[in-house]
Design a protein around this ligand. Structure first.
Ligand SMILES: O=P(O)(O)OC[C@H]1O[C@](O)(CO)[C@@H](O)[C@@H]1O
Length: 432
């Protein structure tokens, strides 16, 4: 098997190797602190060796549950927000055919917003369908999934009766605490556990990510194998891969490049970037510090955001997720009249056009003052997604260590919740 690679040659006209070396030294220390369990937030390092500890028995149980739901239902609603849905969504979007949504997909998502229209339309869509619910919340108290789950549970009971509803609901939550745990125990839902020492945004390789991926019909063993291989690689010299990415982005940050845009040239990677944004945003954005994680889909957004990236304020850098090999092959056809003047492309692969767009964009943006990192992914498969997740998770742990923050907490997200609770009249929040 091949491995994902990093190319940072196009940052070297913005930061020197000596500046990167300074950050590399910090990265080495941060990596050691992670491995020794002496970093800030060390109660949440369960993700470090997580892939290696996933057993065949666990995967069998996940598969059995997923297969039962697939057999019994037409649609499964994955209810969760943040780390409790983005990893699964990233894999499912990356692996699904682009038009699967139109031919009837098995998996839909809810609980990641509180839009009344969204929930109404979802309920209308589920009416008269055989559906199941996979509700995911580590805390078990998050408002968005709780509201969606309450509505969907009621609908399921109404459509199928309480006994069938109980069989079609699976909960992924804490082993002992939280409202979802209490409810699951009381109602007898099948449950899977999110380990205590794994935070939401690091939970893609727990049942949180794995169960929805199997429900959607994708190869979870390959996903786990990719992560296991990346973990094994990072135990030796391979840690360089994550450490170098962390060092380079911090060297750029020190020079005023405070926004990192993750770029894809394949829309299937859109949600990988969304997953990455939560991972880095929640991990690093604290104490008035941190790189702001953003993302764009190219070439689509070259026709909108491209202008700003080329000529706007020079405080951003790009990290391109570059896929080496496409799944399918398609050539630009020749046209007898050539009215669109495209015959110069006739016979060329569409992917060659895309690759030249990628290269042309990289050169233009570097010329325009935007440093460029490339993360090279051999192919878009579950296996390489597993590698990519682990690569990014480890790099994030290292990068937060370089920055000096607690990478594994997220105290800032409470502020909006407290205000919302107060405004909605939640008991106990009046004085706040
Ligand atoms: O799984 P839970 O506890 O519902 O949390 C969902 C998300 O909400 C947050 O806690 C932020 O409020 C994220 O860290 C987390 O991924």
């Amino acid at each position: 098997m091949d491995r994902i690679k990093l190319d940072y040659s196009k940052v070297l006209s913005f930061v020197g190797e000596e500046e990167i070396a300074v950050q590399r030294e910090k990265a080495t220390k941060a990596l050691k602190d992670l491995e020794d369990g002496t970093c800030k937030g060390s109660d949440f390092l369960g993700w470090l060796d997580l892939p290696v500890h996933i057993t065949d028995d666990e995967l069998d149980r996940i598969s059995a549950c997923a297969n039962k739901l697939r057999e019994q239902t037409d649609v499964v609603v994955i209810v969760g927000i943040g780390g409790s849905y983005l990893g699964a969504k990233a894999v499912i979007e990356a692996m699904s055919g682009s038009f699967d949504a139109y031919s009837g997909t098995k998996v839909v998502f809810a609980g990641n917003n509180v839009s009344e229209d969204y929930l109404y339309e979802l309920q209308a869509f589920l009416k008269d369908k055989k559906f199941g619910i996979c509700v995911i919340s580590k805390s078990g108290t998050t408002t968005e999934p709780a509201v969606a789950f309450r509505l969907l549970k009621d609908q399921l009971i109404e459509q199928e009766g309480i006994t069938v509803a109980r069989e079609r609901i699976v909960a992924i939550t804490d082993e002992k605490k939280g409202a979802l745990r209490t409810m699951s125990d009381r109602e007898g839902y099948e449950t899977f556990i999110i380990p205590d020492n794994v935070g939401g945004r690091y939970s893609v390789l727990t049942p949180v990510g794995l169960l929805p991926v199997v429900i959607a019909g994708f190869d979870v063993r390959a996903l786990v194998k990719g992560a296991v291989d990346m973990r094994a690689y990072s135990k030796g010299n391979g840690a360089e891969l994550s450490a170098t990415y962390a060092a380079v982005r911090n060297a750029l940050y020190e020079k005023g490049y405070v926004i990192e845009i993750t770029v894809n040239f394949n829309p299937k990677l859109h949600y990988v970037a969304e997953w990455w944004k939560q991972l880095y945003g929640e991990s690093e954005g604290k104490e008035n510090k941190g790189i702001f994680p953003a993302s764009v889909d190219f070439t689509t957004d070259l026709h909108s955001m491209g202008q700003y990236i080329q000529e706007g304020r020079r405080n951003l850098f790009e990290t391109v997720l570059s896929i080496d090999k496409t799944k399918y092959s398609l050539q630009v056809p020749c046209d007898a009249h050539d009215l669109d003047k495209l015959n110069y492309l006739a016979g060329k692969r569409v992917d060659e056009v895309n690759k030249m767009a990628e290269l042309g964009t990289q050169l233009a943006h570097v010329d325009g003052g935007v440093p460029n990192i490339r993360v090279i992914i051999p192919e878009l498969t579950e296996y390489y997604l597993g590698q990519l997740f682990y690569f990014y998770e480890l790099a994030c742990g290292i990068s937060g260590g370089i920055l000096g923050v607690n990478t594994f907490d997220q105290p800032g997200v409470e502020a909006y919740k407290n205000n919302m609770f107060m405004l909605l009249g939640k008991p106990g929040y009046e004085r706040k």
